[in-house]
Design a binder for this molecule. Structure first.
Ligand code: ZN
Length: 239
């Protein structure tokens, strides 16, 4: 009888210490990883940086266990809508000539500045439309900047003002959304960020969405400027 009790007590004690051992291992590993992500991620600071680092650990742990739904249950995995490039509403307007002056906001992410420059270069290369960089924001037809907006399922947006009598643009503001494009969770490559910039500049030219193999596909941002896009610009500005 005594041995049975002793054995039972021993089992309970082992289970208990195993449980606490497991708990502490997980807990301390988590804190260490959060610390590592926090101090190695230069873009994060303060409480939001800590939250960001904690999210990263949960997300990476999910990846480790190969469970796609793991991070989703914490509300931070990409959903189908996050793939959306934007919610652009086409109004059929364009510029008078196939050219526009552009001001590139210097106070935005360096990645976005580079992507915008590459996108401008790509459109100018087509010969169908020319963006001219200017240094005075007030002189610019188009302003290129950024936003950090989690409440829209859009990687970018192009807001236009149009003279309704002539159906010509008067001013456009393009914004790339940091919340999706610069968030490791959504896994955007630099190439797709440039494609998104080219897409928004396509709207700034006057192009509508297109479901073919086109930079103007409304979701995915998998295509750069294609021949059909160049043709669409030529058609739009033909007279
Ligand atoms: Zn669009």
């Amino acid at each position: 009888m005594k041995t049975i009790f002793r054995w039972l007590r021993w089992t309970l004690r082992m289970t208990w210490s195993l449980f606490w051992g497991f708990f502490w291992t997980i807990g301390i590993s988590f804190l260490i990883l959060v610390g590592i992500f926090y101090f190695t991620d230069s873009s994060a600071s303060g409480a939001s940086g800590l939250g960001h680092a904690a999210q990263k650990v949960v997300y990476q742990a999910g990846n480790l266990f190969g469970d796609q739904g793991f991070a989703a249950r914490f509300g931070m995995a990409p959903n189908s809508q996050s793939n959306q490039t934007d919610n652009h509403e086409h109004n059929g307007a364009r510029w008078d000539q196939p050219e526009a002056t552009v001001y590139l906001d210097p106070n935005i992410s360096q990645t976005f500045i580079k992507a915008y420059r590459d996108a401008i270069e790509a459109w100018n290369q087509t010969g169908a439309f020319t963006f001219k960089l200017v240094t005075n924001e007030k002189e610019a037809n188009v302003v290129l900047t950024e936003m950090d907006n989690a409440s829209v399922s859009a990687a970018g947006e192009t807001a236009s003002q149009t003279n309704l009598l002539t159906n010509r643009f008067t001013h456009i503001t393009v914004r790339l959304n940091r919340h999706y494009l610069l968030n490791y969770v959504y896994n955007y490559s630099y190439e797709r960020i440039v494609n998104t910039a080219e897409h928004e500049l396509g709207h700034a030219i006057g192009l509508d969405h297109n479901d073919g193999e086109s930079v103007m596909q409304p979701a995915g941002s998998f295509y750069s400027i294609q021949d059909m896009d160049v043709e669409a610009v030529r058609q739009l500005y033909k007279e």
